[in-house]
Design a protein around this ligand. Structure first.
Ligand code: NAI
Length: 341
């Protein structure tokens, strides 16, 4: 099996960033965390420029002492390095129209998610470096772990090495934001996208479906809404199990459960061959994700995601999902609990 290379602080030379103008497009979850980490690593504030439209994120960046511009053309022209840290669905429009045409032909472009690069939705120039530095953490954790002097899991890759120095830049930038402290894992936009979208489109939909159906069967068997909601998720037991899985091991965490539970879980899971599920997962991976079918369909509804009410397809999916018995029961339970408080 392939073993991924892991890069540490000692593999990265921050000197590569000397005198480079580093532009952050976006100061949201990731942008604010990464820009602050980079500055605290010692990259001078005057080398960092936040490019942000006029909104509260821009105000936050100014309040934190960063240089901020609303003029994307100006930011694009001066960028030696550009971190693209705005939502994935708006990146192609903003980058392709306002950044790409005026950027330096040797600039380093950094993405924190593989999606737009893997599906060729961003237009790069051939001499540019395109690198992925993708924290596996929400932005607030990227910042708080850095502040505690700890690292965070992160994927790093070079997707286009236009200058020949792509890896040196990718590693220096990873180190700058604190990602090589605990080890940045060599990956690729293909791997990152496949894993992300598989979790979102195959694994978690099945988990949601399994909770829904287990709920229905137990409810039909006479279990109360209150007991079911607490037993299944409101007690936070599933969250604890996953925390133990991360700390002790995916299967080893079972040792914290009762003997009856351990026996039931181990024998039960081994009895389920999983062939049908494996075929279903493969179908989603190859015929929905990697072949671009999902991306094509998603791009058709992207504009509608800005709409209000049920014209927004996401709101319509929430409406339909809220009709299921599990959600209705949970609402009743939460309303009763609120009354008791
Ligand atoms: P976010 O949702 O926090 O982005 C907000 C920022 O985008 C603000 O600066 C806002 O001004 C700007 N923005 C929003 N719409 C805009 C538009 N139409 N035009 C110009 N600017 C606009 O973004 P987030 O969550 O930080 O994601 C950025 C990147 O990081 C994405 O590629 C995402 O996949 C990746 N990522 C996000 C993680 C997270 O914790 N949310 C975790 C790891 C990667």
């Amino acid at each position: 099996m392939p073993q991924a290379k892991i890069y540490y602080d000692t593999d990265a030379d921050l000197g590569v960033l000397n005198n480079k103008t580093i532009v952050f497009l976006g100061f949201g979850n990731q942008g604010s965390a990464q820009a602050q980490n980079l500055r605290d690593t010692g990259i001078p504030n005057e080398q960092i420029l936040i490019a942000n439209r006029v909104d509260s994120y821009a105000e936050t960046a100014k309040a934190k002492g960063f240089n901020v511009t609303h003029d994307f053309g100006k930011a694009a022209a001066v960028a030696d390095v550009l971190f693209i840290l705005i939502p994935d669905q708006v990146q192609p429009r903003v980058f392709n129209e306002q950044f790409s045409p005026v950027m330096k032909s040797s600039a380093v472009i950094v993405v924190a998610s593989g999606y737009n690069v893997f599906f060729n939705l961003l237009k790069f120039q051939p001499g540019q470096d395109v690198v992925m530095v993708a924290p596996r953490m929400i932005g607030s954790s990227v910042r708080s772990l850095y502040e505690k002097g700890r690292g965070f899991p992160c994927f790093v890759s070079v997707e286009q090495d236009g200058t020949g120095n792509g890896w040196a830049s990718a590693l220096a930038l990873s180190r700058g934001i604190g990602a090589t402290k605990a080890g940045a894992i060599a990956s690729s936009v293909r791997e990152e996208t496949a894993m992300d979208l598989m979790a979102e489109q195959a694994l978690w939909p099945n988990i949601i479906m399994m909770f829904r159906e287990a709920f229905n069967v137990l409810k039909d068997a006479g279990c109360s809404d209150e007991a079911l909601c607490y037993e299944m998720w409101m007690s936070k037991e599933p969250a604890e199990i996953f925390e133990r899985a991360a700390d002790d091991g995916f299967i080893a965490q079972l040792k914290h459960h009762s003997t009856v539970s351990q026996f039931g879980q181990l024998s039960g899971s081994l009895k389920l061959g999983g062939e049908a599920m494996r075929e279903h997962f493969k179908d989603i991976l190859y015929n929905q994700i990697l072949n671009g079918k999902f991306t094509k369909e998603f791009s058709k509804i992207e504009d509608d995601l800005e709409k209000e009410g049920l014209d927004n397809p996401l709101n319509e999916l929430y409406r339909r999902s809220e009709e299921i018995e599990l959600v209705q029961a949970e609402k009743r339970v939460r309303a009763r609990l609120a009354g008791l408080l």
